[in-house]
Design a protein around this ligand. Structure first.
Ligand SMILES: *[C@@H]1O[C@H](CO)[C@@H](O)[C@H](O)[C@H]1NC(C)=O
Length: 321
């Protein structure tokens, strides 16, 4: 009886906790800094990217390419940047890519509706190739070639924060599997193994590592469910990228630091591995058996997220189940 009442309270807590509870905690991701005065999370990316890559990276992290909404936000973010990083400019989420001469934010608002201070003589579309916008430390904009690589800032507003309670991440696409105790996302955009690896990483997860037969069974079911309505194409090699490789030529390794042999699941498909060194990345046939594949082959892929802090909470709360 006591445990039933407890369970009801727990469920009510979990439901009401979903977004507001998380917003109260003011936590988005470890790699983002919360700035209270402007109610936003920010990450300054020091790896230089083109404007398009920068926009994509922010989206993969569940955020968006930063631009200042107003003077306060510009001052707050530039002052954080002044305190922590040396470089002179960053890409912001403003361009005239849609129609030349019409500068808009990445969500389609005119730049005149947000923070809008250009350096003297800018924008000038020098050489006819400057369609993306950088923000300089002095708080002014300049138009810039989108293909040049520069640092950039991603932003998540506190108000837009949504929380996947079961998986303990700000990404609602991940599905918690109770039996395995982990969360998974099946990606339906085919990618090379290395691109898939970086997508999982940006989502705070990793290409899935199979540890047990029941996990393999679950992933087979998930794959079946997700690929059921996919038109067959030449990228459909009948396998999905997962987390093992021999890219360093020192034998098959799982991601996350173990050898493939130590994962607990080493069930190769018939005659696999058959790449003789040309196929250095790991995939899973749709039937669950392992396959070596060229790292450039574009496949669907599965990211896995380990439910860290919540895992112990679940154990405690449901201990007498
Ligand atoms: C940041 O540094 C630049 C250059 O050193 C300076 O002009 C600017 O006023 C500073 N801005 C803030 C908000 O600290």
């Amino acid at each position: 009886m006591v445990s039933k009442v407890f369970l009801v309270i727990l469920i009510v807590n979990l439901v009401t906790d979903c977004s507001y509870g998380q917003r109260d905690k003011k936590f988005f991701r470890k790699d983002y800094k919360y700035i209270d005065s402007v109610q936003g999370f920010y990450k300054i990316h020091t790896l230089h990217k083109t404007w398009f890559e920068a926009k994509r990276v922010c989206a993969l992290e569940g955020a968006s390419l930063f631009y200042p909404e107003n003077d306060d936000e510009a001052q707050a973010v530039i002052s954080y940047w002044n305190d922590t990083q040396p470089f002179s400019w960053v890409y912001v989420g403003i361009s005239d890519l849609l129609v030349k001469g019409v500068f808009e934010t990445i969500n389609g608002n005119p730049v005149s509706d947000v923070y809008n201070y250009w350096a003297a003589g800018e924008p000038n579309d020098a050489g006819g190739v400057e369609d993306c916008v950088i923000l300089k430390r002095d708080g002014t904009y300049n138009d810039f070639s989108c293909d040049r690589k520069t640092p950039f800032i991603c932003k998540k507003s506190l108000l837009s924060l949504e929380w996947n309670q079961a998986c303990n991440i700000p990404n609602l696409d991940y599905i918690y599997n109770e039996e395995v105790g982990r969360c998974y996302k099946f990606h339906l955009t085919p990618m090379s193994w290395t691109d898939a690896y970086s997508v999982c990483s940006a989502e705070q997860s990793y290409l899935t590592v199979i540890n047990t037969q029941s996990e393999a069974d679950y992933l087979v079911k998930l794959t079946e469910l997700k690929t059921r309505n996919q038109a067959p194409g030449d990228y459909l090699s009948g396998a999905v990228h997962i987390g093992f490789h021999n890219r360093l030529n020192d034998g098959w390794q799982a991601v996350r630091g173990t050898t493939l042999d130590d994962t607990g699941y080493v069930c190769w498909g018939q005659n696999q591995p058959d790449g003789e060194g040309r196929e250095q990345c790991g995939s899973m046939f749709y039937n669950g058996l392992l396959n070596d594949v060229s790292c450039d082959t574009r496949c669907f892929f599965i990211c896995e997220h380990e439910v860290d802090t919540l895992e112990t909470l679940y154990d405690d709360r449901f201990g007498d189940r």
